[in-house]
Design a protein around this ligand. Structure first.
Ligand code: BTN
Length: 249
């Protein structure tokens, strides 16, 4: 365990773990606010909706950020993953010269192929949140041959830039970006990232398919409101706000 240079967060490195999110949730009582769990191998990496997240190799980044906010009444819980997705996009753009897009609420795509996903979970005690865990999976050195075997349309930094990268350096890039603006985000909420988030949502102004629970519906994506919710129109021009779900595009 060691303090990062910015001394704003602590990284806990595990050689191998079932899932950095599960580990963080299991040890939440003993982990401080702004602790980051990092590993190069997960044996049971998990994605959203209980999907499996391939993590049995050290080619990619697997990390979880632990947050323990004190003032929960004004804390922007619903927008945390949106803030994190903006932070990851900034790193991909500034450090790797890539042009990432966000697929609401927090998948990160490049040229329509997924490069990163976020899994947010929380632990509760007596109806009170005792901690939040933000898990990030980022395809760093995943080779083209492996990607071709995966069903989902995916990509990696190495495929796009034709070279391999140091995964641990990227862990620091993301943590530095996330924590350097974290306090400002907590004070200002979604407003703090709204313009940039919308600008990075490539599907606004297009017809989209949204999966809500097991149902798939067609909409026109209009905008994102001040709370980060997706505003859509159905084919009869009725307006809805989508709170949870996945944009399938
Ligand atoms: C998704 O797009 O479905 C979210 C994927 C999140 C994967 C990361 S890898 C690190 C952390 N630990 C997990 O088990 N899952 C998240």
């Amino acid at each position: 365990m060691g303090k990062s240079d910015m001394s704003k967060y602590t990284i806990v490195t595990l050689e191998e773990v079932h899932s950095t999110n599960s580990y963080a949730l299991e040890h939440i009582a003993f982990l401080d606010d702004k602790t980051v769990i990092f590993t190069s191998h997960q044996t049971s990496g998990r994605g959203r909706y209980n999907r499996h997240w391939i993590s049995d190799n050290s080619e990619n980044l697997y990390m979880s950020i632990v947050l323990k906010p004190e003032n929960v009444s004004s804390y922007p819980f619903p927008n945390l993953t949106q803030y994190l997705s903006v932070s990851v996009c900034r790193v991909l753009e500034n450090v790797f010269n890539l042009v990432p897009n966000i697929k609401w609420p927090n998948d990160i795509l490049i040229n329509g192929a997924k490069i990163s996903g976020i899994l947010a979970e929380s632990s509760m005690e007596n109806n009170k949140i005792t901690g939040i865990v933000l898990g990030i999976g980022l395809n760093v050195n995943l080779p083209k041959e492996t990607i071709e075997k995966i069903d989902q349309k995916a990509t990696s930094i190495s495929v796009l830039n034709q070279q391999n990268y140091d995964v641990e350096k990227i862990l620091h890039n993301i943590c530095d970006e996330f924590f350097s603006n974290y306090d400002a985000f907590v004070s200002n909420g979604f407003e703090y990232i709204k313009d940039e988030y919308i600008q990075r949502c490539s599907f606004i102004g297009q017809n989209i398919t949204v999966r809500e629970a097991e149902e798939k519906k067609q909409y026109f994506a209009k905008s994102i409101d001040n709370d980060g919710l997706l505003i859509v129109n159905d084919k009869f021009n009725n307006e809805y706000k989508i709170i949870t779900g996945d944009v399938l595009c």
